[in-house]
Design a protein around this ligand. Structure first.
Ligand code: PLP
Length: 361
């Protein structure tokens, strides 16, 4: 099989060891004679597996007991609506940091819910989202502040929280969860689609402080954190396969040394590419301020759309896949999640150097 390097922003690369284990258990899970995709979600085969996945995630992120861990469906996008419905029940008012595309999508969906108000507390629009707002100050009468901790498209990231007040923070960690150490206690809720740093699409992780949704009005079952928590996320048929793969990734992360080790590796990988981009005459990243640079999503451009296009085609032919940037920002983007190997970054840089020479940079 040809060795390829997959730089996709999501669904993204999974650890090879995990894929091999999935392959070996696909036909008969734990010698049950049933595929993991065939087991009942009411059997102990499932409940043991889901319980272990939650325990391992709790260990990896040091999640305190007063937080529920939910394994939901509908992607991170569904949380744009469910977070307001469950958490914004005192003031019906939510503050947003406008840090780019996904933050805006989250606000738009919140605003569509009748009876809720959303407000932009801070924005980095003036920098064309190449920087992030910091030192955010808020009045107390918001139910929460929504922060997109890693902006997958724009390539910016909060390493620390830009707000230190009393309003709870809801963090979208979709493209950085388990790749950078954060303190769960700093958040009222964390959510993330699984398909970047965890496992297959179809699973959404929600980590939420129990007290924040206790006062919520009664909601339809699939909208309700309280009902999902009471049924351990198995209110209806859960995404068994996706939870199973996520559980294997959690074990793999523990074996690798946990989130601190992942962060260290991610910093090394990202540094290699940023150093090259900063020294190149052809390529550059729009995120010029180092403190805002994402560890996991690195956009770059040549400044000439025709050359960008040629680069992407030639990279693909050299087994460097999915480097095309998001249509909103153009250019290229390298996503370097936990399972992405350092050798892939080295190969990319080698190729970029050759390309730069060929175009006379
Ligand atoms: N939030 C962020 C930061 C993302 O990067 C994405 C997807 O790329 C989403 C939300 C939407 O995720 P989903 O496809 O799981 O709904």
């Amino acid at each position: 099989m040809t060795q390829v390097y997959n730089f996709a922003a999501g669904p993204a690369v999974l650890p090879a060891e995990v894929l091999r284990q999935v392959q070996s258990e696909l036909i008969s899970y734990k010698n049950s004679g049933m595929s993991i995709m065939e087991i009942s979600h009411r059997s102990s085969l499932y409940t043991d597996m889901a319980f272990q996945a939650e325990a391992d995630l709790r260990k990896l992120m040091n999640i305190p007991a007063e937080y529920d861990v939910l394994f939901l469906q509908g992607g991170a996008t569904l949380q744009f609506a469910l977070a307001p419905l469950n958490l914004a029940n005192k003031y019906h008012k939510i503050a947003f940091a406008d840090t780019g595309h996904w933050a805006q999508r989250a606000q738009e969906d919140g605003q569509l819910l009748s009876g809720y108000t959303t407000e932009v507390a801070a924005s980095s629009k003036l920098s064309n989202y190449t920087e992030l707002p910091s030192g955010i100050e808020l009045a107390k009468n918001y139910d929460y502040l929504h922060l997109t901790m890693n902006n997958t498209i724009e390539g910016t990231m909060y390493k620390d929280l830009p707000y230190k007040g009393d309003v709870p923070v809801v963090g979208d960690l979709s493209s950085i969860i388990l790749g950078q150490e954060y303190n769960v206690n700093d958040f009222g809720m964390i959510y993330a689609g699984a398909q970047k740093n965890i496992g297959p699409a179809g699973l959404t992780i929600v980590i939420v402080k129990h007290t924040l949704f206790e006062e919520a009005p009664e909601l339809p079952a699939m909208f309700s954190y309280a009902k999902q928590a009471a049924k351990h996320s198995a209110l209806n048929t859960p995404p068994v396969f996706a939870i199973y793969v996520a559980g294997l990734v959690f074990k793999w992360l523990l074996q690798q040394g946990g989130v601190s080790q992942m962060q260290r590796r991610n910093e090394e990988k990202a540094q290699l590419l940023y150093d090259y981009l900063d020294s190149s005459k052809l390529f550059s990243t729009p995120v010029t301020e180092k403190k805002w640079r994402s560890l996991t999503n690195i956009p770059f451009v040549t400044g000439d759309k025709a050359i960008d296009k040629r680069f992407i085609v030639q990279a693909q032919a050299n087994n460097l896949l999915n480097l095309k940037g998001h249509r909103l920002v153009g250019g290229m983007r390298a996503s370097l999640y936990n399972a992405f190997p350092r050798t892939g970054v080295e190969k990319l840089i080698e190729f970029m150097q050759k390309f730069e020479k060929a175009v006379g940079g």
